[in-house]
Ligand binder design. Structure first.
Ligand code: PGA
Length: 259
């Protein structure tokens, strides 16, 4: 059985002081569930303070991006070593907002994935199509291109540590969610792809999340799909109660025991 994985992507929201307050509220409201991975990805500027708050809690810390090099003349960039030093276990890579607004390429995302895995950071690799691509029937072609590029040269034991987030771009921040069935179809396509790249058993072990306007209202339907192992939550993770609700409803749907 794959361990459900729920991640919060706070994007460019919350000053360090506001982040501390939200993290404390989430910690207070969150059900304790050993059988789930719960990850919060605040802005870089709040990582150090959140690491202290999360200590001893079941919540892991993640960053929203990183450079692939360890150090050097890369003004404004953050290295995997800095993230480790700040207490991060996770890093989101190739989010569509980075691909769209900052021209991140498949090649750069692949370098970041290799680097994160070598530094023992667990990556959440985002893939997904735009509305135009979906309308043109290119969803599978886009997801295939992004997955093949990212996993090139990644050995099986490392591939297992990657969480894939399928995030249809048209569903991000729009209030429009892909239906559980639409999502499950792409998730099963991704598993099929992985079973061709690696031995078939591996594709059954890799965790695949859905992301795009996830809310307490639609979480049960999504998590009810066997192929959906978790969610990457943007807007709804900025309110402690709604994020906690998403976690507890996920636990119930997946039959995970909480305290
Ligand atoms: P959203 O963002 O939940 O606000 O749609 C999801 C994401 O971008 O990861």
């Amino acid at each position: 059985m794959r361990k459900p994985v729920i991640a919060a992507n706070w994007k460019m929201n919350k000053t360090p002081a506001e982040a501390v307050q939200l993290a404390a509220e989430i910690k207070e409201n969150l059900p304790y569930a050993d059988g789930m991975s719960i990850i919060i990805c605040p802005p870089f500027t709040a990582l150090a303070q959140l690491a202290r708050i999360m200590e001893g809690s079941p919540i892991s810390l993640g960053a929203q991006n990183m450079h692939w090099e360890e150090e050097g003349p890369f003004t404004g960039e953050i290295s995997p070593r800095f993230l480790l030093d700040l207490g991060c276990d996770w890093v989101i890579l190739g989010h569509s907002e980075r691909r769209q607004h900052f021209q991140e390429t498949d090649e750069q995302v692949a370098k970041k994935l290799q680097s994160a895995l070598s530094h023992r950071l667990n990556p959440i690799l985002c893939v997904g199509e735009t509305l135009e691509e979906r309308k043109r029937g290119e969803t599978e072609a886009v997801v295939r291109r992004e997955i093949l590029s990212a996993f090139e040269g990644i050995e099986a034991d490392r591939a297992l540590r990657v969480v894939i987030a399928y995030e249809p771009i048209w569903a991000i921040g729009t209030g429009e969610t892909a239906t559980p069935a639409q999502t499950a179809e792409v998730h099963s396509f991704i598993r099929d792809l992985l079973s061709r790249l690696y031995e078939p058993g591996l594709s059954q072990k890799v965790r695949i999340q859905y992301g795009g306007s996830v809310s307490p209202e639609n979480i049960a339907g999504l998590m009810g799909e066997e192929d959906i192992d978790g969610v990457l939550v943007g807007g709804a993770s900025l309110k402690a109660k709604s994020f906690a609700e998403i976690v507890s409803r996920s636990a119930v749907t997946k039959g995970v025991q909480t305290e």
